[in-house]
Write a protein that binds this ligand. Structure first.
Ligand code: GLA
Length: 729
């Protein structure tokens, strides 16, 4: 059993294969957090709490003369407000009487089989191979009658624990939620930790940053209305000495695509609190009597095997328990070519067919018609919202165009940016009130576009109808779903002034409803997410789409960092990666090697390639198809860190049975007469013998992992190598 309630000690212990997590209904029924780490027995871990009289740390009324009991120093499972805990709170609620107090005591717990689900938000799911147990712990404030239900599911084999939260207003006056965090964990030994996050910017998403804990609140978050390019809803707390291969790492991955916040607070007694959830900025959510609010799920993983160990836990879990698309497991994804960098908005049906014909010659399976095919979309000033074909460009009509592509033996894909609207569009002219715009003020434009108010049911229904109609009209195999601005002017014409604090979150709920409908109506379509590249690359999006465009930055050398950072949590099979014209001095083969660390495709005008280049592309497309199972389903290892100075970046895919591996190296820097360099493999069987690229000379796994492979240094700039290792005996 993954969850044990111990009657005597009132502890609730969650066990995965290699980790344990413990909470306790403690003194005065406060819910304490006692442990998260390597497996322990079912023992009461509260002995760790050293209780002293802490100056300026108040004592709950019921503790009477017991001056040593203060919530300011107790490790909490869900920190609340106005109880004498001055650290960051997991909830801030304004009660019906105007008070800001939440005095949550544990009143109930319920253990059950299977995974909990949320009604309004995406969640991971259990497969038939999983043993999953769930516990729900209810905290209640007996004065306001507001309940907080903490939900936990334990995926034993996967070493994953998920957490989510619900707030129920059982009182008889409305309350206003101002902050609700999905996870709160207190660690006793806060100085042991570093915090790792994935900050970035447009074109440089998910770079890796590591910081020491100091005595303040370290915040990671987004207030852009989306999880953003600038931060990612994923953080790691790790041992100060953790490396790729060694050290304790705790991962927290939030299933949410809107504003989010993670706070890591090192307190006055060197304890560390981590909370994560929806960002409280401009968040005020009214809950009428009997209404329920759900906070997004956090997927937590723990390992003692460094960043690689943590990545493997997430990769394995997200490959099987996150997205239900048939393209995750059953159906091999096609090699695609996208029209964007080939033609931008300057194309017509004839040009697209020409590109497709040339691409066919390069072994491409799918042509994607990107931005520019709809409404009056000749530049980015107009057309968004008018999801019908521009007859001046697609003169033969969508149906006929798709037929022509299909006749070439290729599939067809299409681009949408559903959440956006141009002022110069029929949609805006018909429904200006559907746009997010504060009455009496000029709205901020970004890329000349405005955002639709996705919180409105009529907007959602319009998008569902329009997009489904296009997808039903022709034989469409693939959809790229884009969003190209951050949100501002948060306002819904459908909500009264006092409820505008709900709009950010309602936008995301509306978006999920639209995506859910379209995806379920078209289960055979392959969806790829995009936000000006990788601006909304998060676990919730990957619940709907099996893949996401990593970045608009296609430069293969920059891509080394982009893939490296993204891979800390998101599996390689989710990473949209293409060969493009970007990187003038980088050989096309190197571009292909880099794009093979992802879904592989092209983003260029195939008609401009020479016969020889097309031939190289054909070989590379075939290679990708050959290595597809290894890349998409194998274990991924980061062999070098591209953020450190070094002359090469290397990574490796290893099949689950370790019998096969693809080791890739890109030379990023050449030095004259430099020392020989070696790349050490990982994840092989030490005693097994492997052939390298079919050679009859065999090397043992331990030689490859400990001595490494010598890399030829007498090569051109940005050369690359792929070593296919095959176990012979
Ligand atoms: C975004 C995407 C690009 C392309 C353009 C089209 O920037 O990331 O790949 O689709 O939009 O406008």
């Amino acid at each position: 059993m993954g969850i044990i309630y111990n009657e005597a000690s009132k502890t609730i212990t969650l066990h995965t294969k290699h980790s344990s997590y413990q909470m306790k209904i403690g003194n005065l029924d406060y819910l304490l957090h006692l442990y998260y780490g390597p497996s322990i027995r079912d023992e009461d871990m509260s002995y760790q709490i050293m209780q002293y009289d802490r100056g300026f740390s108040g004592n709950p009324y019921e503790s009477r003369d017991e001056r040593t009991f203060s919530l300011d120093a107790q490790p909490q499972e869900f920190s609340t407000q106005q109880q004498g805990d001055f650290r960051t709170a997991s909830i801030e609620v304004v009660n019906g009487d105007g008070s800001y107090s939440y005095h949550g005591k544990a009143v109930d717990y319920k253990i059950s089989k299977g995974k909990y689900q949320l009604d309004t938000l995406p969640c991971v799911f259990a497969t038939e191979n999983d043993t999953v147990d769930t516990v729900e712990v209810t905290l209640s404030d007996e004065i306001s009658n507001v309940q907080v239900v903490l939900l936990y599911s334990v995926f034993e084999e996967a070493d994953i624990i998920t957490r989510a939260v619900k707030v129920i207003n059982s009182g008889n006056t409305p309350i206003h939620l101002r902050k609700i965090m999905s996870v709160c964990i207190d660690f006793f030994n806060g100085l042991d930790f570093d915090l790792v996050s994935l900050p970035g910017r447009y074109g440089q998403e998910r770079q890796v940053e590591r910081q020491r804990m100091t005595h303040h609140i370290h915040t990671i978050g987004s207030v852009r209305g989306s999880s953003s390019h600038q931060q990612n809803p994923f953080v790691i707390l790790c041992d100060k000495n953790a490396t790729e291969d060694y050290g304790k790492c705790y991962g927290f991955s939030l299933m949410y695509s809107g504003n989010f916040l993670a706070e890591a607070e090192l307190d006055q007694y060197d304890q560390l609190r981590l909370v994560m959830g929806i960002h409280p900025k401009q968040f005020v959510y009214e809950l009428k009597p009997q209404e329920v609010f759900e906070g997004p799920e956090v997927v937590m993983a723990f390992t003692e095997h460094g960043f690689t160990g943590l990545s493997h836990l997430y990769h394995d879990f997200y490959r099987t328990n996150l997205c239900q698309s048939k393209f995750v497991q059953e159906v091999q994804r096609p090699v695609l070519i996208n029209s964007w960098e080939a033609a931008f908005m300057d194309f017509d049906d004839v040009k697209l067919v020409k590109i497709a014909k040339a691409a066919k010659n390069m072994g491409v399976d799918l042509l994607v018609m990107d931005d520019g095919w709809f409404g009056k979309r000749d530049d980015d000033n107009s057309g968004l919202g008018d999801w019908y074909v521009n007859q001046n460009k697609i003169k033969c009509g969508l149906h006929k165009l798709v037929e022509q592509i299909n006749e070439l033996g290729m599939k067809f894909g299409i681009w949408f940016e559903p959440e956006m609207v141009s002022e110069d569009s029929d949609l805006y002219r018909a429904h200006p009130e559907w746009t997010m715009q504060i009455p009496g003020r000029h709205a901020v434009r970004s890329r000349n576009q405005m955002a639709l108010d996705m919180s409105r049911r009529d907007v959602q229904d319009y998008l569902i109808e329009q997009i489904n109609a296009i997808l039903d009209d022709a034989n469409i195999f693939y959809v790229k779903w884009d969003i190209n601005r951050s949100l501002a002017d948060i306002w819904s014409n459908q909500l009264p002034p006092e409820r505008q604090g709900e709009v950010y979150h309602r936008y995301i709920l509306g978006l999920y409803r639209v995506m859910d409908n379209i995806i379920k109506t078209h289960p055979d379509i392959l969806f790829e997410g995009c936000s000006g590249g990788g601006g909304r690359y998060d676990a919730a999006m990957l619940h709907y789409y099996p893949q996401y465009w990593v970045s608009d930055n296609n430069h293969p050398i920059d891509r080394l960092k982009l893939h490296y950072g993204t891979s800390f949590v998101y599996p390689v099979c989710t990473m949209g990666a293409h060969i493009s014209d970007s990187g003038k001095f980088v050989p096309i083969k190197t571009k292909a090697v880099v794009a093979m660390c992802g879904t592989f495709g092209y983003e260029l005008d195939a008609t401009h390639l020479s016969e020889e280049e097309q031939e190289i592309c054909r070989e590379q497309s075939d290679l990708f198809r050959k290595y597809y199972p290894l890349i998409m389903k194998g274990d991924y290892y980061r062999l070098t860190n591209p953020f450190e100075t070094g002359n090469m970046t290397a990574w490796q895919h290893v099949s689950k049975d370790k019998s096969e591996s693809l080791l890739s190296v890109v030379v990023t820097n050449l030095t004259c007469n430099g020392p020989q360099e070696y790349i050490r493999a990982k994840g092989l069987i030490p005693d097994a013998m492997y052939s390298i690229n079919g050679s009859s000379e065999l090397r043992s796994g331990s030689a490859l992992m400990n001595a490494g492979l010598p890399i030829n240094r007498e090569v051109d700039d940005y050369s690359s190598f792929q070593f296919h290792l095959k176990m012979i005996h």
